[in-house]
Design a protein around this ligand. Structure first.
Ligand code: CA
Length: 228
């Protein structure tokens, strides 16, 4: 009789232990998710970024896989641009084409490259003029090199020259300056584009994660330690 009671008590205690552990695990996970969602909403209010700007980051996110990094709607003369944040002596521009969608493979054959100091007055520095370029394939990206002092600009805009509505999509854009010739200075810089499409996707930059507004990464680590 005593044995039965002991086993019974043991089972009850074991059940209570796992129930409590499960509840604690659920609570900490729930709190963490809720906290992160709240922090994200605060950040969105403090630093609103249009969907076009969020989609445009896909061409400066360091991912080169032959797929589209951004995707505009079907529109005449569609453009994409990046803001280098200050006037920069540009040495090279590399443009990686999207390769995974045959009907759109030649959309960028009439692409033009423009630069600006203020984002309003633009100067054309290159015209593909019907010449096809590749990307992460044997053909390789559009590879433009400039003499020192020839191209100094803050903004770089890529634009398809087409009166007919056309989709604009690229894999990635890299820009190198004479100041730091081995560093892609376009990486995670603010970008934008003329419009969005049903294929547009929000991308988040590493810089967003390091926002001073709310230490999301630090808080997440702390909560995970509490949970364990
Ligand atoms: Ca990309």
């Amino acid at each position: 009789m005593v044995m039965i009671n002991s086993r019974f008590v043991f089972v009850i205690l074991l059940t209570l232990f796992f129930s409590t552990a499960k509840a604690a695990e659920f609570d900490s996970s729930f709190i963490e998710i809720d906290w992160l969602q709240q922090a994200q909403s605060w950040r969105d209010v403090a630093n609103p970024m249009s969907m076009a700007a969020q989609d445009a980051l896909g061409a400066v996110n360091g991912v080169k896989d032959g797929k589209y990094g951004f995707h505009t709607s079907q529109i005449p003369h569609p453009w994409w641009q990046v803001d280098l944040e200050h006037v920069t002596p540009i040495a090279r521009i590399l443009v990686y084409n999207r390769l995974d969608y045959a009907p759109g493979l030649h959309n960028n054959d009439t692409m033009r490259v423009l630069v600006s100091d203020d984002g309003e007055q633009w100067t054309q520095i290159h015209d593909c003029a019907g010449t096809h370029f590749g990307g992460m394939n044997e053909l390789g990206p559009l590879n433009l090199s400039f003499e020192k002092g020839k191209v100094n600009a803050r903004f770089v805009r890529l634009q398809i020259h087409s009166e007919q509505p056309i989709f604009f999509h690229l894999d990635e854009v890299e820009i190198y300056s004479f100041d730091t010739p081995n560093e892609n200075i376009a990486l995670w810089k603010p970008a934008n584009q003329i419009s969005i499409s049903q294929w547009s996707v929000s991308k988040r930059s590493n810089r967003d994660d390091d926002s001073d507004l709310f230490p999301i990464a630090e808080t997440r680590e702390r909560l995970l330690k509490l949970k364990n």
